[in-house]
Design a protein around this ligand. Structure first.
Ligand code: SF4
Length: 354
């Protein structure tokens, strides 16, 4: 992985440190508090919009420190209204950010890395490994960009490109900016972090102490199959990871979700449903079954609906709490990493911004 994470910017600081940053530039600290309010509460994405800051200071900051540096390179919209943006960062790296409509309001799906080292066998994001971590600012920019384009949102999921557990310092710092009253004041319980559970990650989240939701990517009922489907966890046993998730529940009081992508003929059989039920019995979790969004290069298929329902029913008969998810964004480029992959493999085309 490259260590070329960009130089720190204002968005890399906790909002409570913005006044000191302003003071270091000879401006009064209260202007830093005002700027944080403009960005996190009022949706400003440029200094120019902050009309209560002196015009000279705004012009200077716009030249030195543009708030949003990402440019929208491509956009795809699914029939169900899910909108995926491919955002190009100043160093040429690109990440996906998605806004998804739902009955409970809009959900933002944010990326944590450029690429992913976990290399799940069914995921386009991990096909070429990881390029680099995203900074706190680059994670926040995705939320600010999506809000500017699509309006307010009710939920955030860290489920885009990358494994948040491999970039946890920046991910938790970005979530701090979103949760803190000096920042967006967004409720922690409306944020979900999805992870395969790398060593130490769940303990770090427990020590951080905010009541976000955990989605544990499991995808197989036993270690042999899980290590094939999720190669990045080869040194970890599923039971050990689930035990850590149980301890996180004990620390936060929040049940976790077990994410399980249903792959036809691979992990969707009766025996596998029974084995998964045995792994999860007695644990404080809810199971989220996700029928696979096919990526042509991988050859996996989505199970037929009766097979999806049979798998669901077997888990329910075992007394487990299960949701069979309607798949948002089910069309070309809908699965994680597909839009970026298509764009990388196609000739350059003119950029546009939102
Ligand atoms: S599914 Fe998630 S963890 Fe697996 S390769 Fe894709 S982005 Fe990484």
């Amino acid at each position: 992985m490259s260590d070329s994470t960009p130089a720190p910017r204002l968005l890399d600081l906790h909002p409570r440190d913005w006044p000191a940053w302003f003071e270091q530039r000879g401006a009064p600290g209260f202007q830093g508090r005002n700027a944080a309010r403009w960005v996190f509460r009022r949706g400003a994405t440029s200094w120019e919009e902050m009309t209560d800051l002196p015009a000279g200071l705004r012009a200077q900051l716009e030249a030195e420190q543009p708030l949003i540096t990402a440019v929208c390179e491509a956009r795809s919209e699914a029939e169900d209204g899910a909108v995926k943006l491919l955002l190009r960062l100043p160093d040429g790296a690109s990440v996906e950010a998605v806004g998804m409509p739902g009955t409970m309001g809009r959900t933002l799906c944010l990326s944590s890395q450029v690429g992913c080292a976990v290399r799940c066998a069914f995921c386009a994001s991990g096909m070429e490994g990881v390029e680099r971590n995203l900074s706190r600012a680059e994670i926040l920019e995705q939320a600010l960009y999506l809000r500017r384009e699509q309006g307010e949102f009710q939920r955030i999921v860290m489920m885009g490109m990358g494994e948040p557990g491999h970039n946890l310092d920046a991910v938790l710092a970005a979530l701090d900016s979103l949760i803190d009253p000096e920042g967006m004041d967004f409720a922690a319980r409306r944020i979900t972090l999805s992870t395969v559970g790398p060593k130490g990650a769940l303990e770090q989240i427990a020590r951080w102490g905010k009541s976000i939701n955990l989605a544990l990517s499991v995808h197989a009922p036993d270690d042999t199959l899980r290590h094939e489907l999720v190669p990045g966890v080869r040194k970890r046993s599923l039971a050990e990871t689930l035990d850590e998730a149980d301890r996180l529940f004990a620390a936060t009081g929040r049940e976790y979700t077990v994410e399980y992508v249903l792959l036809a003929g691979v992990n969707d059989g009766n025996e596998q449903a029974s084995a998964l039920a045995a792994q999860l019995r007695g644990r404080r979790c809810h199971i989220n079954l996700i029928p696979y969004n096919p990526v042509p290069e991988f050859g996996f298929q989505r199970p037929e609906l009766p097979d999806q329902e049979a798998f669901t029913a077997r888990l329910r008969q075992a007394g487990l709490s299960v949701t069979l998810r309607r798949s948002l964004g089910r069309q070309t480029d809908a699965a994680c990493g597909q839009l970026r992959r298509r764009q990388r493999n196609s000739p350059p085309r003119p950029r546009f911004s939102a």
